[in-house]
Design a protein around this ligand. Sequence first.
Ligand SMILES: O=C(O)CCC(=O)C(=O)O
Ligand SMILES: [Fe+2]
Length: 270
Amino acid sequence: MNKTKKYIQEIRKQGYTIVRNVLSDKNINSINKDIKRVLIESCYNICDKKEILSYKKKNIDFLYNYLKQKSPQLKAHCYDVLSKLAIVNKYINNNKLYDIAKEYLKETLIINSAQLRVDDPSDDRMLPWHQELEQMSLITLNVWLPLTNITEKSGGLSVIPESHKKGLQKHIIEKEINSYFRLPRKLLEKETQIPLFMNAGDAIIFHSFLFHKSTSNISKRNRWTIVFRYNQLSTMPYLKSPKAKMFMKRNPKANEPGHNFIKNFKMNIK
Ligand SMILES: O=C(O)CCC(=O)C(=O)O
Ligand SMILES: [Fe+2]
């Protein structure tokens, strides 16, 4: 069996697969260099000019944490710009990932913009259990590609294998806890939840319906990850109706513009 077929079988069966060595250490170093360049460009504006020489010798964690502490707004601007790094977009154009997505989704693939996530040990971006919705298409293959090693300490993604077979689920918000949509706890009881460990440069590819969540970063380093999605053409409302929005809602309904195809999906949305 060829390798692509093995990955496809795993995605079909368990809802995800891990592809090793998508990025080499050399690739990651090049990305880190560009991340550092962006962070330094902002640091120049808020640090003492005498300090800047020593800051050039610091790593990206130091610079990111410094910006976050000194100017959360400027850090947020960096965050926005980092996702648009040309080098990130160059490396997500990966043949192995493309072939898997193409073979699995069987259609012309659409990529919506990549994101570069930073999860520092304050864990202020932890996502509760969810499916990957609010994308351009209902069915997407999502790529989660860490630039740092994923260990018990760094935290990363936990998944519930085979949960993608349960179909589309209704998400709720618990306002008293945070503003993130989550799956109801009832759905998660008795399910096997497994944390995924991997090396920097390996990638998880997972189905949009797979139940997954962030896990805590209890290390001293930041967790840097590239996240992007292959969207399936035939489940993209935007192409089906002049009234459709480009991105779908968290809890989409079949009677919304361009959403009629949702009727064909097993779902748990009333
Ligand atoms: O990186 C993480 O902590 C979670 C990523 C994720 O699930 C997402 O971006 O939707
Ligand atoms: Fe997610």
